[in-house]
Design a protein around this ligand. Structure first.
Ligand code: 5AD
Ligand code: SF4
Length: 444
């Protein structure tokens, strides 16, 4: 029962896509918490279901409509159930969603979810509101203060949002809007609050996080490197990561931070998309393959054990066999610890969507070859950890009794069967085994 004596309503949020959506879903839950909602992890119990959606590739967007199909029976069983679409599909399709899916009661884009309480009230008054504005006010300033509940040891913190790069294949500049950075003092306050609530590792998020240039307390714009160094000064915060970065925004100071800031973890997600200069140009990435390779050299000079992760697109319009071989060669030259690879998906409204695509069977074959190479590199880099000692931040009990799981500095999942391993502690582990997606070891 709430203070006013009414029974709290239940909110179920399903999150798709990137980590920024994970962070946004938490903020949406807090916004609706102020309107009397508590979260549930069972859709069947919910009074309100929000799908926080992703529009990056066609498959991701289509998932939303198939999920809505699955939710139909719940709505039939409970006429009071409200269903909302949030996130990037909401932004891209707006009103169209209401037409295509009669079960949907409200549509809210990624920049206006602080208005959810008002939108929810409108739904209860019988309307079907759509809010996909890019408002003047900052949504982060309008969210209720977080309840001071205990948190898991790792957390995301959005520091920058949107993108001005306009890669020819990408919807982000349209769905998330122009690049904006949050001010330093708010981020420091949020980080301190997270640490007081038990967080030991913070991942700074942004679609272009290394382009961060937020207003500092000294009236100057701070770079991401400066923000990271300031956060490293927070007692109790043990690890800092950041994602996702663009090669052209890796400045000297950020590279130096990898050498001089021990709390900054030796893992970097630095997408290159293709190894062909011709395709990089057609993608509007504004750098050559060689520039990327030189950058990796400088990063590795600063932090020799840096583990690299990346994103790749195969079958971008105009990609020839030779272009694809350039990508394979770049992957061989870098040696990734982990990577994501996708078939090109034409997104309405993006420049590349106008261009003739590569045949689907060619794309399939290329993706298979690239993924086999990336999987082999991942396997080798994991194998190389066996016999070594690593620091592990324990996050939760594992699937087997007595087992704990955490992440190493290099973001490898590590299993340990030892009752001394505690959630929230960073402990030294000797790696004894490498499996497909995780390592296991013993406390030292
Ligand atoms: N088709 C395929 N992959 C895409 N990505 C972004 N847009 C597309 C698209 N239209 C991939 C890029 C990006 C990652 C988040 O998703 O590799 O880095
Ligand atoms: Fe999309 Fe390119 Fe911006 Fe990344 S940098 S969000 S791929 S437009």
């Amino acid at each position: 029962m709430t203070a006013s004596g009414t029974k709290p309503r239940k909110l179920f949020i399903k999150t798709y896509g990137c980590q920024m959506n994970v962070y946004d879903s938490e903020r949406m839950a807090e916004a609706l918490g102020g309107a009397g909602y508590v979260t549930t992890d069972r859709a069947e119990d919910a009074d309100m279901i929000l799908l926080n959606t992703c529009h990056i590739r066609e498959k991701a967007a289509e998932k939303v409509y198939s999920e809505l199909g699955r939710l139909k029976p719940l709505k039939a069983a409970n006429p009071d159930l409200r269903i909302g679409i949030a996130g990037c599909v909401a932004q891209a399709e707006g009103e169209e969603i209401l037409r295509r899916a009669p079960v949907v009661d409200l549509v809210v884009g990624p920049q206006t979810y602080h208005r959810l309480p008002a939108l929810e009230a409108a739904v209860r008054a019988g309307q079907r509101p759509v809010d996909t504005e890019f408002p003047e006010e900052d949504k982060f300033d309008h969210l209720p203060r977080t309840p001071r509940t205990r948190r898991a040891p790792t957390a995301f913190l959005t520091v920058q949002e949107g993108c001005d790069k306009f890669c020819a294949f990408c919807v982000v500049p349209y769905t998330r809007g122009a690049e904006i950075s949050r001010p330093v003092d708010r981020l420091m306050a949020e980080a301190r609050d997270l640490v007081e609530r038990g967080v030991r590792e913070i991942t700074l998020l942004g679609q272009n996080v290394n382009a961060y240039h937020g207003a500092g307390p000294d009236g100057r714009d701070w770079s991401l490197a400066r923000l990271i160094r300031a956060m490293a000064g927070i007692d109790g915060l043990e690890r800092i990561r950041y994602t996702t970065s663009h090669p052209n925004d890796m400045d000297d100071d950020l590279i130096a931070a990898h050498a001089d800031t021990p709390k900054l973890m030796p893992y970097l997600h630095l997408p290159v998309q293709s190894g062909s200069d011709r395709i990089l140009k057609a993608m509007n990435r504004k750098h050559r393959a060689e520039d990327y390779l030189r950058l990796i050299e400088r990063l590795r000079a600063a932090r020799p054990d840096l583990l690299l992760s990346g994103d790749f697109i195969v079958g971008f319009p105009g990609e020839t066999d030779a272009d694809f071989e350039d990508t394979m060669n770049l992957v061989r030259a870098v040696g990734y610890g982990q990577a994501y690879s996708f078939k090109y998906s034409a997104r309405p409204g993006t420049p590349a969507a106008e261009r003739a695509g590569v045949a689907p069977e060619v794309m399939d074959a290329r993706l298979q070859r690239l993924q086999a190479l990336l999987a082999e590199q991942q396997r080798q880099q994991q194998e190389a950890m066996v016999g070594r000692e690593v620091d592990v931040l324990f996050e939760k009990p594992g699937r087997m009794a007595g087992q704990m799981v955490g992440k190493s500095d290099h973001l490898h999942a590590v299993h340990v069967a030892d009752h001394r391993a505690r959630v929230g502690a960073v402990m030294r582990v000797r790696i004894t085994q490498s499996a497909t997606h995780s390592l296991s070891g013993e406390l030292v």
